[in-house]
Every structure is written in C-alpha cells, then in structure tokens.
Write a protein that binds this ligand. Structure first.
Ligand SMILES: [Zn+2]
Length: 371
C-alpha cells in the first residue's frame, strides 16, 4: 500500500499536481480506477497493466515500485527488528524462542522511522530516473520527519541512559572516542551516533536537545557536502555535474541517520552511481534519450546522469554497512583535527579530479561566431 502511494507521488509530484485529489485515474481516459482494480500488485497483474476502460497500458513502474517497496520493507523488518542488525543492546528480541511474541514498542518506532526514510529514498530515486529532478517536497517532508523523530528518539534511545551518561561500561565518560580501545564500542540507537563524542555538557545523551542537534547537524552536513563537492568539481571541470536535488536528498538522509553516515553516503553513492551506470549500459539497450522532459517540454539537460538512484543506494549501503563502516571510521569522526584534515584533502582531490577530467574531456565545440 505504501508502494502504491509512492506511485502516486512519482506520477504526480514532478507534474506539480495535487497528490490527494483527484483519486487514482487512468492517465489516458481520466476514468477513476475502481477500488478493486487499485489493489496493490494484484490489481496490476489481474488487468495485465491495462486500463479496464480504454485499454491504455500502464508503465511497468507501477508494479515494480509496489513489489520493490514491499520487499524493501520486509528486508528492513527482517534486518533491523528480527535480526537486530545494528546490534542495538536494548532491542534484543528473541524471535526464535518465542515466535508469537510481539516485538517491543521501540522496535516498531524504529521500523516506522526508518521505513519512512526508505520510502522517501525510493520515491526520490524513481522520480530522478524518469525526470532527472528530485521534487523538493520529498526531501523537505523527510527533513521534518527526520528531525522531529530524532528529537523524540534521541541517541542512544532505546538504550538506557542514567543522568545524561550512556549506560555502556565500555565507554567511560570523558574519554576521547577516537582512541582505538573504543572503536566499535559506541552503542547504536535509532539515531545511530551522536554528532560528537564524548557528548557535550549542553546536550547530554538521551535529551531532546541532543536529538534535535543530531538531526540538524546531519541535515546541514548532508546538504553542505554535496554543495561543496559540486562547487569544487564544477570549478575544476567547468560544467554542471550534480543537481541541488542531490543535496536535498542527502540533507534528508543526514536528518535521519546523522552527519557521519550522510557524508560517507556521498562517496559510496558516487561509486554506486558508477556501477549502476555501467550495468545499465551493459544490460539495457540505450534508448534514444529524449531531449525534453515529458513535463511541459522543459529542457532535460539539468544533469547528464540521474545521480539520485546511486545516492539513495549509497545511503542504504552505508546505513546497513554501519556495523563494519562505523568502527572502521570512528577514529576520523571523533577527532576534530582529523576531520579538518580530511575536509582539506577531499577539497584538493575533488578540485584536481575536476581539472584532470576537463583536460581529458573532448574539447567543447567552439562557440558560434556572431555574424
Ligand atoms: Zn483508461
């Protein structure tokens, strides 16, 4: 059902149509789709993707988004709730010994919060594939939900805290978390990590203030890292490479998952986008690229490649790879000096990459001479 709603978003948001009115209808004959034909997946299969009234074919995307969202939710539930993938100490819930047991309440909150992020990522990626834009409504609604949810479930929730101190004997208060003896010892919560550790006195663990700061800093970092990379790369490359929709997408992910995951997602996302590009080149006969978007004949060359799907995949990979990536990068994120050095090195490398690619790129056609 969520996938079905995402289909409505995907079909209507890029056209700036209302998503609640009118009800689902055929894009060709405008007849409302009957309730029984609108059942997710089954409705599509029973009519073989055709309108009952006029026989117009619906895009296979309707089916794949519904199936994909269902599978993604199932995988999220299996990993995060049943398998306790992030090893959240307070979420131990033994499904094998008591298969009929209801998962603890915090498992449901965690699932809903993260399922919301996953839905936004799916919708944004699908719209980006079709229209090469990410409508701001998705990341901004995601931003609000991410920050509010984070404030209500501040790190290390649902793990217990006592007087603003994390109840983790392996993590004595006041010790720098970048030290090797603390790698992998940070208790992961719904908000995976605090923005800095050891946490500051003005935002102790388990407080709304820490939750809010986590979300806001995550959102700012996600947005800024894309803008910084975009700015520097384009300075070197001399052409537009990314859209600001990508910055919004990472802003939303940062609000949910924290700044550390948002920043790493960009680099994993760039790799994922490259792999997706190679795979689609190999396995799909390249269809003639339309030069104008189906949306009102607007020029489509806002970006040469849709980066959104790769970026969304990067977020999911970083998120679920965190049991390995987190401990491996802890010495960077909790040491201000190393963070600053990394930012400088990253800036230089990206600027250099842009310059190098400009050189090896085919020369741009000479500008038309004015008569
Ligand atoms: Zn029709």
């Amino acid at each position: 059902m969520v996938g079905s709603f995402l289909n409505v978003l995907i079909a209507r948001l890029p056209l700036e149509k209302s998503i609640i009115w009118p009800s689902s209808r055929c894009f060709s004959c405008y007849q409302p789709i009957r309730l029984r034909d609108n059942i997710p997946i089954i409705g599509y299969l029973r009519l073989r993707g055709k309108c009952r009234n006029c026989g117009a074919t619906f895009s296979a995307r309707y089916l794949w988004i519904e199936v994909g969202t269902g599978v993604a939710f199932l995988a999220l539930f299996a990993l995060e709730v049943l398998a306790n993938w992030q090893s959240i100490p307070a979420m131990k819930f033994d499904v094998l010994s008591a298969p009929s047991a209801i998962p603890p309440k915090q498992c449901i909150f965690l699932f809903c919060y993260h399922a919301f992020l996953l839905s936004c990522l799916i919708a944004a990626a699908a719209i980006d594939v079709e229209h090469r834009i990410i409508p701001p409504m998705i990341p901004y609604v995601g931003l609000v939900v991410g920050i509010v949810g984070g404030a209500l479930m501040p790190w290390p929730w649902p793990n217990p805290t006592a007087m603003g101190i994390v109840n983790a004997p392996e993590l004595p208060p006041g010790s720098p978390w970048s030290l090797s003896e603390f790698w992998g010892k940070i208790p992961v919560g719904v908000q995976m990590w605090p923005f800095y550790g050891p946490t500051f006195e003005f935002a102790p663990p388990g407080t709304i203030r820490l939750g809010l700061l986590n979300g806001i800093i995550g959102a700012l970092a996600g947005s800024l890292v894309v803008r910084l990379v975009k700015g520097l790369f384009e300075l070197g490359f001399g052409r537009e490479a990314m859209g600001l929709g990508d910055a919004d997408l990472l802003m939303m992910a940062g609000a949910f998952l924290g700044w550390q995951i948002a920043v790493l997602s960009l680099f994993l996302g760039a790799g994922a986008a490259l792999v997706l590009k190679i795979l689609t080149t190999i396995f799909m006969r390249s269809p003639a690229e339309p030069t104008t978007s189906p949306v009102g004949g607007e020029p489509m060359n806002r970006r040469e490649l849709p980066f959104g799907p790769g970026l969304a995949l990067g977020v999911v990979l970083t998120w679920f790879g965190w049991p390995w990536i987190g401990p491996g990068t802890q010495y960077i994120f909790f040491d201000g000096t190393i963070v600053a050095l990394c930012v400088i090195v990253m800036c230089v490398v990206i600027l250099a990459a842009g310059l190098l690619l400009r050189r090896s790129d085919t020369p741009e056609p000479a500008p038309a001479v004015k008569a």
